[in-house]
Write a protein of this length. Structure first.
Length: 258
């Protein structure tokens, strides 16, 4: 089955990959068995992958407004839901995918060193392949404050036989947070900040994170290492949205060259 890369179920490469594989087979049959090569038939319908939807990089103003409606990290804000949502938004700005955020356990946090570890979603949690994610100082503070209110949650009580090590807990359910809860949260906070809910999804933060680091001069190699990408194609894909603007800014920074 062709893989969807546009996040909307669209087939973006599987069909053309199949055609390339079949072309090699057709050439072999034509050479070895004198079989007519159907790939040379002008009636053969050649498929092209649809263009990927353009990712939406979030503006600095948008993120700051969403953080503001969740208390902006104020120690005076202590209700569980607001403190949790603020910490989750902060973690999203560190470039984690939604599944990686939701898969975090308390033991994955290395707050004294301003890091956390993302364990491969399909791997053993004892795996040495975990990625170390550097955290912003404000993200560390937000998680610390969340852990403080989390300890009073029924699912964090070590005496509860159903207690969970998952980091993010719900308010009414008796299980860790799921994707739809995260999805609804970012849209709800966007609306409260005065934006349309269509302006954001959890994955929007991944593209924004890549642009933030590249704009700040972090090398592509380091961005790939933190994100766990093996192919430069992923760097180009996640950085594509604002690539032109970064190029213009970089050239303008040179000033007069002659």
């Amino acid at each position: 089955m062709p893989k969807s890369q546009d996040g909307q179920g669209g087939y973006t490469g599987g069909v053309t990959t199949t055609q390339r594989n079949l072309r090699a087979l057709f050439v072999y049959l034509a050479e070895e068995y004198d079989h007519p090569n159907p790939y040379l038939d002008p009636k053969l319908h050649r498929y092209a992958a649809p263009q990927l939807g353009k990712p939406k990089t979030l503006s600095e103003e948008f993120i700051n407004d969403c953080l503001a409606v969740t208390g902006n990290g104020s120690p005076r804000v202590r209700d569980f839901l607001t403190v949790r949502d603020h910490a989750m938004l902060r973690v999203l700005t560190e470039g984690l995918r939604a599944e990686e955020v939701l898969n975090l356990r308390v033991q994955d946090l290395g707050l004294p060193g301003h890091t956390l570890v993302v364990v491969p979603l399909k791997g053993d949690r004892n795996s040495t392949d975990g990625r170390v994610i550097p955290l912003q100082p404000k993200t560390v503070k937000a998680i610390t404050r969340y852990l403080r209110v989390r300890q009073d949650h029924v699912m964090a009580n070590p005496e509860n036989p159903n207690a969970t090590p998952f980091l993010w807990l719900g308010t009414r359910s008796r299980r860790p947070l799921r994707y739809m809860a995260l999805y609804r949260m970012v849209k709800k906070r966007a609306e409260e900040a005065g934006y349309g809910p269509e302006a954001v999804t959890p994955h929007s933060f991944c593209h924004t994170w890549a642009d933030d680091l590249l704009s700040a001069g972090v090398s592509g190699e380091n961005v790939m290492a933190v994100r766990g990408w093996k192919s430069p194609a992923m760097l180009r894909r996640y950085g594509a949205d604002m690539a032109s603007q970064r190029a213009v800014t970089a050239v303008h920074a040179l000033g007069d060259r002659y």
